[in-house]
Design a protein around this ligand. Structure first.
Ligand code: AMP
Ligand code: MN
Ligand code: MN
Length: 323
């Protein structure tokens, strides 16, 4: 359960046992970019690498221009002989519902930027000052002297551009811009990434956004904007599960709103009844604190939790959190 330094983790990179790398379920751009960027770089450095993502939720289609077919949905049969690296996971639960997975590998290494990371690894490199997990990986590769090819650069750039809200959120530091410059120098193509992620929106995703905006309701004297999506809403829009990503950011953009929330029904009927996404705008509100009140977590400005409560109960909880 120790906190490791960049130097200690970088020292492990050039040689060692086979690896199983993973990230969080319902992966975002930083999750997929970090997993692929690290995977391709470690492999180019001669490591045996298995890339794993738990669950069966389909990958968001906007990342299909990256080599996502390298990502396996099953664990390797020789997991006991592998070192297990988790990227962008604030807690063991984020990897998948079966936390006992962590007892099988040689050891667990936790590389992340969430300030509330639970330090579930044997070695934990948690850097809350990093804009994204991809930024931590790039620094590790530099310290280990591992070259960054254009495929690695583009994957890591995806993590950076998505977690910074295209270089607009508060985590857009000078270092984030310097990292962007290094990645573009190494072959990442910003225009290609933009077109692939933000200009390939399926029409059904826009229709789902339309339904979410239609449901949206101002609460707490206009400081809280909440909406919800039911399984029926997904069906009537013709939308897949990941299509609700980004909905909550549209809510946050509304004048006077300091917290935006999306409450949605996940597709799997045997899982939790609701997934809740929270976003904050002003520095005075920490939505990860609200999320921890229901067993979730995240960043100050972007957090989430799952819940078996009804929509009405969740709305009441959110309203009370704004008091
Ligand atoms: P999302 O709203 O799903 O995009 O999630 C925003 C952020 O909240 C993620 O980057 C995670 O840090 C965090 N998060 C989301 N869901 C959970 C959860 N169930 N438990 C802990 N953290 C979560
Ligand atoms: Mn993430
Ligand atoms: Mn991240």
């Amino acid at each position: 359960m120790t906190d490791a330094s960049y130097e200690e983790i970088a020292r492990l990179l050039p040689a060692g046992p086979p690896l199983c790398l993973t990230t969080h379920e319902s992966p975002d751009g930083d999750a997929i970019g970090s997993l692929l960027g690290a995977g391709l770089a470690f492999e180019a450095a001669g490591r045996d690498v298995w890339l794993y993502l738990a669950g069966t939720t389909p990958m968001p289609n906007e990342y299909g221009f990256l080599p996502v077919d390298r990502i396996q949905r099953e664990l390797p049969s020789d997991l006991e002989q592998r070192e297990f690296w988790a990227f962008d996971c604030g807690s063991a639960r984020r990897i998948g519902p079966d936390e006992s997975v962590l007892e099988r590998p040689l050891r667990v290494i936790n590389v992340d930027h969430h300030h509330d990371n639970t330090r579930f690894g044997e070695l934990n490199l948690v850097d809350p000052d990093a804009a994204c997990t991809a930024q931590i990986i790039e620094r590790l590769l530099r310290e280990a002297g591992i070259a960054i090819g254009s495929d690695v650069a583009e994957a890591l750039y995806v993590g950076l551009v998505t977690d910074t809200g295209r270089f607009q959120y508060a985590n857009t530091t000078p270092e984030a811009f310097r990292l962007a410059a290094r990645l573009v120098d190494a072959g990442a193509d910003p225009a290609r990434v933009f077109a692939a992620i933000w200009e390939t929106v399926p029409f059904a995703k826009q229709r789902l956004l339309g339904i979410a905006l239609e449901h949206a309701r101002l609460e707490a004297s206009g400081r809280l904007l909440v909406t919800w999506l039911t399984r029926d809403d997904y069906r009537s829009a013709g939308a897949d599960e990941p299509f609700s990503e980004g909905v909550v950011d549209h809510l946050r953009a509304v004048e006077g709103v300091s917290v935006a929330a999306l409450v949605r029904e996940p597709r799997e009927v045997d899982g939790p009844r609701h997934k809740v996404s929270l976003r904050a705008r002003d520095a005075g509100v920490d939505v990860s604190k609200i999320a921890r009140g229901r067993g979730g977590g995240g960043h100050v400005g972007a957090a989430g939790f799952t819940s078996n409560e009804t929509l009405q109960e969740i709305l009441a909880f959110l309203r009370a959190s704004m008091a």
